[in-house]
Unconditional design. Structure first.
Length: 262
């Protein structure tokens, strides 16, 4: 299950608290470990002191968590290095300040993670308040190996948590609706063969990605799972242009799996 060891990136601003709350919820669901970390640039004692102060705040909010400080020139890079070092399988960060409430705003940290992280990355929307349990797990599906891997992982997690699973394909532009429905039917069969779970299939149409996402129904406590692009290196996250548009339009936390996730 995703979240056996969750790493929450903690910085200044409300996005850090939302990321920590989401990470705590995931760790509680999985029964896994939780590590909260700050990153500071090398050779700057004042920044190191600020990082320790931030960790004290985080420890007060999440006394069950382990804490860590990582030195790096970039926060995203530092979290990736730390995740590899401590064996975390999920990195959770918040949205950058100034984004629309209920939507994900990708800052420099999230952007770095979404294009190079060695582990799954989850981002909390601005103002997000996590539910006690997921209301549903949705997989953004396009027929390709990475998405099939995401279906398998999501189906196993949904079955374990006893929550519904939805496979969602967006139909925009000149895509053949008949072919997309056939692809979804195959993915539903894959989910059933993997987990015994009967997934819901939905084809959402719209003028563009944001329009199609807006026309889609979203449950309270929804979690959206996206696969990495075919351009991703093995065991690395790399979010393609289409999936990035989905992430920015989604009204719920989004998890991006590395290529070849297992």
């Amino acid at each position: 299950m995703i979240g056996e060891h969750v790493l929450a990136g903690y910085t200044t601003g409300p996005g850090a608290r939302e990321a920590l709350a989401l990470a705590r919820g995931i760790a509680a669901l999985s029964g896994g470990r939780l590590t909260v970390a700050t990153v500071h640039p090398p050779g700057r004692p004042a920044a190191a002191g600020e990082a320790l102060t931030l960790l004290e705040q985080a420890a007060a909010e999440a006394p069950e968590a382990e804490t860590a400080v990582q030195e790096s020139r970039g926060v995203g890079r530092g979290l990736s290095v730390l995740a590899s070092r401590i064996g975390a399988d999920l990195i959770v960060v918040g949205s950058t300040e100034g984004g629309a409430r209920g939507r994900i705003a990708v800052g420099s940290t999230a952007d770095n993670l979404l294009h190079s992280a060695p582990e799954a990355v989850m981002i909390a929307p601005a103002g997000h308040e996590p539910a006690e349990r997921p209301g549903r797990i949705t997989v953004a599906y396009v027929r390709r190996p990475q998405c099939d891997e995401a279906v398998v992982r999501a189906a196993l997690v949904a079955a374990r948590l006893e929550v519904p699973l939805r496979l969602l394909t967006l139909a925009v532009g000149d895509d053949s609706r008949h072919r997309l429905r056939d692809d979804l039917a195959l993915a539903v069969r894959l989910a059933a063969e993997t987990s015994g779970l009967e997934a819901e299939a939905e084809l959402a149409e719209g003028d563009d990605v944001a329009d199609a996402v807006a026309r889609t129904g979203w449950s309270e406590g929804e979690l959206l799972v996206c696969a990495s692009s075919e351009d991703a290196s093995a065991h690395r996250v790399f979010l393609g242009e289409m999936a990035l548009k989905v992430l920015r339009a989604a009204p719920c936390p989004v998890t991006v799996l590395p290529r070849g996730y297992s």
